[in-house]
Write a protein that binds this ligand. Structure first.
Ligand SMILES: [Fe+2]
Length: 707
């Protein structure tokens, strides 16, 4: 075990304002093919093998990449799939492709200057939306690798929280088919739009032992959806002078915000009135939004089976935030209401994207701190019998989920496959006092000075956290619903902004690892440039605060950050056994230029023994204007990367999740949802011109794939 953690970060940024690397804001939409990467430092390990897949949002058809000039969040963008080939000895080659869904082609065909411009999509916060066509499925978040006994090769899904997953051909990187027909998914709200809002998890789970894929489909009954949709509809037609009046009113209402902070009860009244108006819209317009959560099982070739989740008292399971991640053990499926506000309500709280005063006001009255607790729902797999085939049957089948509450919120977690004696073990990264759905907006100010605007170069970047993160290991006794073991740690130098994890999940035998003995996490660090007054105030009274507001303000006053980190958590000892701290570099202008890390992926060593540290960690790194791929020995993070790769054409922006495949191959699986058949009923309800748009601009792209 490596106990030498590289130099302490405690003093490294004191007295030097820490700067966010610009590279994280910049992404190219240029598709590359087998581009050899330059070895910038070190040597490619001989026993590094296979293909690493990374996905990242990469702007829209209008923006030409990132950054957005108008402060749109960088997470609103088409998914760019990156595939790095490590099988060519002494050389790593990269191929990239944009995930081109039917709605991507609709977006392309309706962009400014096109024949169908009036149906065009616009950015509304995290969502890209067209009032005539619906919501973009951007497929920019994660992957799921899977292989059933009928498959000759590994298959790969690319995913998104607010849209169906798609299977890609691992050789060409082209989208082949959605998983599940439109008729099998229930949108959050039924609208007469071809691209309906579908909420799911960005992390479906494939059980390699039983060869079953699990995912979810859910919706939330939030009245504010209906307040914003008619508003958007009308806003699209508003003459300029009316927009100016709205802007002036919103500006006045922004002044009222000051009063709001002094008089908390004003907010409560506004919120109640707001809910009442929203429910009125729901009733008048006869559009229902209901709470529902379906657990879906798919065998990789047939139709979905799904079960509606209810609590023991038969009331529906209610998701308040999102189901960003789920996990599966031998006998249970685990859902968590994750710390990421997602859905129609959140994504449409920016109905007038060109009027910042309105956006400022609406964010202020609509935003609530996320729950400081994690709500976990556990479903017994042996209950999952005879589920509803939603393509054919309206008869719902209910199963009971057990609810367990774990203190501290979370965005990502993993579970041991082993659940002997009815005990589930969860490994959770708690990112505290933060919201992955919030970003730096053009009207934001820095938390330590309401007079100081956030840097314009970071408009659209993910907002920072307002407390230190923690790492937790929990054992839950499912029968009693009690957390019977709880072990939570934090480290002031290493655990700020816990982000993504990776671990050795599949053994050389192809079976899942029984226990996660070692789990690798990257932490984002703490960046004074990214903590806004808005987030600081939102979490001022955070329930589980470890670093006081006063100490946080002292850090901010000094512009002192906490560096990013890559660490290995020994889950048995519950201690950080190895870590690399990305120390900033002080420049001649006395600023500390920081490093960011993202997208860690464990790659087992060729010829290795299947040990949970016997491999490499591949990750994306940002420093100033440079975007690089670094390779660490998974047994020895502290010594730093063994190899650094880069290329002037490689501009990947803020990358998210990853996958590793030992080899790629032309897809041979038969499963296929033909695009034209999938959309024809939805499109038939639209105007002849929109029907023509689909005939001319969308279906032809899929004809060869769906003959
Ligand atoms: Fe995720």
């Amino acid at each position: 075990m490596n106990t030498q953690i590289n130099p302490s970060s405690s003093d490294m940024t004191k007295n030097y304002p820490l700067r966010v690397p610009q590279a994280v804001m910049v992404a190219s939409r240029c598709e590359l093919t087998d581009l050899p990467l330059n070895i910038l430092e070190g040597k490619l390990p001989d026993d590094l093998q296979g293909y690493v897949f990374i996905v990242a949002p990469t702007g829209s058809v209008d923006s030409g990449g990132l950054p957005y000039p108008d402060g749109t969040p960088i997470f609103n963008g088409d998914g760019m799939i990156y595939r790095i080939n490590f099988n060519a000895k002494q050389e790593a080659k990269i191929t990239t492709r944009i995930a081109k869904t039917p709605c991507y082609y609709a977006d392309e065909a309706t962009k400014k200057g096109s024949e169908y411009e009036k149906y065009g999509f616009k950015n509304h916060g995290l969502t890209r939306f067209s009032i005539a066509l619906g919501v973009r499925n951007q497929l920019n978040t994660a992957f799921v690798k899977f292989k059933t006994s009928e498959d000759t090769n590994d298959r790969l899904l690319v995913t998104y929280d607010a849209g169906r997953p798609y299977e890609i051909d691992t050789e060409t990187l082209e989208l082949v088919t959605p998983v599940g027909a439109n008729a099998e998914w229930r949108p959050e709200v039924s609208l007469s739009m071809p691209f309906g809002p579908v909420l799911t998890t960005a992390h479906p789970f494939f059980d390699a032992e039983t060869q079953e894929m699990f995912t979810v489909n859910y919706g939330r009954s939030i009245g504010n959806f209906m307040q914003t949709i008619p508003f958007i509809y009308e806003a699209e037609k508003l003459p300029h002078v009316i927009k100016k009046i709205i802007e002036a009113i919103a500006g006045f209402l922004n002044i009222l915000k000051i009063i709001k902070f002094l008089l908390n009860w004003v907010t409560k009244i506004i919120w109640e009135v707001y809910k009442w108006i929203s429910s009125l819209f729901e009733n008048v317009l006869k559009i229902k939004m209901q709470n529902f959560v379906y657990l879906i099982r798919w065998n990789g070739s047939g139709n979905f089976e799904r079960w509606k989740l209810v609590l023991p008292n038969r009331s529906p399971v209610v998701i308040h935030q999102s189901l960003h991640q789920i996990a599966v053990t031998r006998n249970y499926v685990i859902l968590m209401d994750t710390a990421f506000g997602l859905g129609i309500a959140e994504t449409f709280n920016n109905p007038l994207p060109n009027i910042k005063q309105t956006e400022n006001f609406l964010r202020d009255i609509l935003s609530r701190p996320l729950s400081p607790d994690s709500y976990v729902y556990i479903v017994r797999r042996d209950q999952l019998i005879g589920g509803q085939q939603s393509a054919y049957s309206k008869q719902e089948v209910e199963v009971v989920a057990k609810k367990v509450v774990i203190p501290l919120e979370a965005f990502h977690f993993a579970a041991d496959y082993d659940d002997s004696n009815g005990k589930i073990t969860l490994h959770i990264g708690h990112i505290c006092a933060a919201d992955a759905g919030e970003w730096l907006r053009v009207f934001d100010s820095l938390a330590d000075s309401a007079e100081t605007p956030v840097p314009a170069r970071l408009y659209g970047m993910l907002s920072g956290e307002a407390d230190i993160s923690r790492l937790g290991r929990y054992v839950i006794d499912v029968e009693s619903g009690q957390v019977v073991e709880s072990n939570v740690i934090s480290d002031d130098k290493l655990t700020w902004g816990m982000a993504l994890n990776t671990y050795c999940d599949i053994l050389p035998s192809g079976k899942p690892a029984e226990k996660i003995e070692n789990i690798y996490w990257n932490s984002d660090g703490f960046w004074p440039e990214l903590l806004t007054t808005f987030i600081f105030n939102l979490y001022r009274n955070y329930k589980y605060r470890e670093v006081s507001n006063e100490d946080l303000l002292k850090l901010l006053d000094r512009q002192e950050g906490k560096p990013a980190c890559l660490l290995r958590l020994d889950t048995q000892e519950m201690k950080i056994a190895d870590a690399f701290v990305f120390m900033p570099e002080v420049e001649a202008d006395n600023t500390a230029q920081g490093y960011m890390i993202n997208s860690p992926q464990f790659v087992p060593r060729a010829g290795g023994n299947g040990d949970s540290t016997d491999g490499y960690i591949i990750c994306t790194i940002y420093f100033k204007n440079s975007s690089e791929i670094w390779i660490f020995d998974a047994k020895n993070l502290a010594d730093g990367p063994v190899c650094k790769l880069g290329h002037p054409e490689l501009r990947f922006g803020f990358t998210l999740h990853t996958a590793w495949l030992p080899k790629i191959a032309k897809r041979t699986a038969d499963y296929n949802v033909p695009v034209e058949e999938d959309y024809k009923d939805l499109v038939a309800k639209k105007t002849p011109e929109i029907q023509e748009l689909f005939e001319k601009e969308i279906y032809p792209h899929f004809k060869s794939k769906n003959p």
